[in-house]
Ligand binder design. Sequence first.
Ligand code: PLP
Length: 457
Amino acid sequence: LDAVRAVDPGIAASTVQELLDQRSHLKLIASENFSSLAVQAAQGSLLTDKYAEGYPGHRFYAGCDNVDSIEATAAKLATDLFGAAHAYVQPHSGADANLVAFLAILATRVEADVLTRFGTADAPARLPQITAEQFAELRTELNNQRLLAMDYYSGGHLTHGYRFNISSRMFEAHSYSVDPETKLLDLAEVRRKAREVRPLILLAGYSAYSRKINFAELRSIADEVGATLMVDMAHFAGLVAGKVFTGDFDPVAHAHVVTTTTHKTLRGPRGGMVLSTGEYAEAMDKGCPAILGGPLSHVMAAKAVALREASRPEFADYAQRIVVNSQALAEGLLRRGVPVLTGGTDNHLLLVDVEEGFGLTGRQAEQALRDCGMTLNRNSLPGDPNGAWYTSGLRLGTPALTTLGMGAAEMDEIADIVARVLGATTPASGEGGKPASKAKFSTTPDAVGEAGKRVHA
Ligand code: PLP
């Protein structure tokens, strides 16, 4: 860090402060982790200086031999680890991976047909030669396609057709929801919706859902309606790599296309990746120019390191312990009267209803716990009356604490602290006829003091 400090002391200071913050607070954010020094060293390297548009063996720049070897290694490790036919490791993030996948599915299923209709032999390569009128017709057909995905308030991600996201502008976006009573995904309902919508893409995967999903059944739904099954396993890729989700619950075994981030349960650098069947491979490799520019060579190197780590037996042990820990945390919370959605968890995360349990908004609960040394995030719940900003829920995840080596006993202690702090927190009341603030609160100082002492010890 000395080199950074010599150029910009403020950035160096913030980096050191972030280290102190991460060491002094319990990291319960379900999407975060602690990557290894090997991953961080690979990412923070001179590879950042190299341009390499294209893909291994097919670059638009000279001198890409080393990047070829890095990218090919990362892709091979990914296909071996997940049992996929093809891997594309260039996407800079999970959101980019989803865009790459959407465009590759559109290119494979829609564009190829339209170009063939125009009588364009060797269709994709001829795209620049079609007339402006033909290109307009192609755009209309591309824009007419339907996406069916889990809605944001049920736990789906922004990139799955949320109104404010480009995915709802690229596609006519439709959604399926969890059951309003059980908060569980009902695949019979998904089938009914798929029959009604007949989407080009049936998308599964989530940012905030705590149960496993039967991907074999989703594939049968996709097949019935002629959809491509795409699974965004950004959150639970580590559980797939670690063989916690197998058989019907393994997305790679059943979906045509699987996207992921590399930095959540998978514990690699920030980034994205797409796995697919051979049918989509060619279009996937055209992520640049479809949506991406030059790949981040240093991040691909770090992805290779992380994938190598995830191929070791100890990673499977870590993945199993993530789930043991989140189940212990859920049980500890439930035992103390904290409402956990769906009554538990099958994966790395769980959702708590703080409105029902404590009359708090998620925003108030998130800050009260941060004041007591725990970092987690507020989360919308199905049908949330407090919207996406204040929310009624909290999302707690165990990957980072599992990486630190914590187990069920620590989870029980954390459940105790969460229950005490939330129980000692009250929303600020409205004054002078004003409505109460959804952000302000007060926590009994004793509870903060006691919980804070235990967290910081
Ligand atoms: N997909 C899912 C399911 C996610 O939860 C996230 C991130 O939270 C993303 C995609 C986007 O990943 P990124 O933040 O790397 O763009």
